[in-house]
Design a protein around this ligand. Structure first.
Ligand code: COA
Length: 153
């Protein structure tokens, strides 16, 4: 990133006011879904906040444009195995198409993996498309196992 650009991007947790900063439009670059109402957003935000450190959504704001340009989430699953260990599950990683290739994706992954590590996880895992394998390898991940899915709708 250029020197003058360094203060432009703020990495932080999702805030309730981020809906009007393009957070939903950003997620629409990841998968197709209709927009949600302010009430639906607020209600889901409150639900997720009640998980505290066990569910965190990272965003990057372009301070100049007051726009959310990158995001990703991590859910910390409590287990019996590994001495009642915890596993971090990374989901919904996306960078706005206008700022891809500026290491913002890497910053989101760093934020999420640090959070999982600091909160006692013994590993962090995610699913990705074959096209994005190289990106996650750059972030230090290794290919393991395969994904199985059963969709209900
Ligand atoms: C995949 C995605 C998150 C990457 O974000 P980004 O901000 O553009 O990536 P970064 O700039 O942080 O890239 C970090 C490194 O990974 C490399 N990289 C990025 N995307 C890559 C890809 N698809 N394949 C291989 N390498 C990739 C970069 O070249 C860079 O390498 P370098 O350190 O040698 O320069 C972004 O392209 C995106 O949002 N894609 C669409 C949505 C999506 O597919 N999300 C992932 C769901 S699993």
């Amino acid at each position: 990133m250029e020197e003058e650009e360094s203060g432009r991007f703020e990495v932080r947790k999702l805030e309730i006011s981020d809906k009007i900063k393009g957070f939903i439009e950003l997620l629409q670059q990841l998968t197709i879904f209709n927009s949600i109402s302010d009430n639906e957003f607020d209600s889901r935000f409150q639900d997720l906040s009640s998980y505290g450190d066990n569910h965190v959504i990272c965003v990057i704001e372009d301070k100049k444009l007051k726009k959310i340009v990158a995001t990703g989430s991590v859910f910390l699953e409590k287990k019996f195995v590994r001495n009642c260990g915890k596993v971090g599950h990374i989901e919904d990683v996306v960078v706005d198409s206008s700022v891809r290739g500026m290491k913002l994706g890497q910053k989101v992954i760093e934020f999420l993996t640090n959070h999982a590590k600091l909160n006692g996880c013994y590993k962090v895992i995610l699913d990705c498309s074959v096209e994005n394998k190289g990106f996650y390898e750059k972030c230090g991940f290794k290919h393991k196992e395969i994904q199985m899915a059963l969709y209900f709708n």
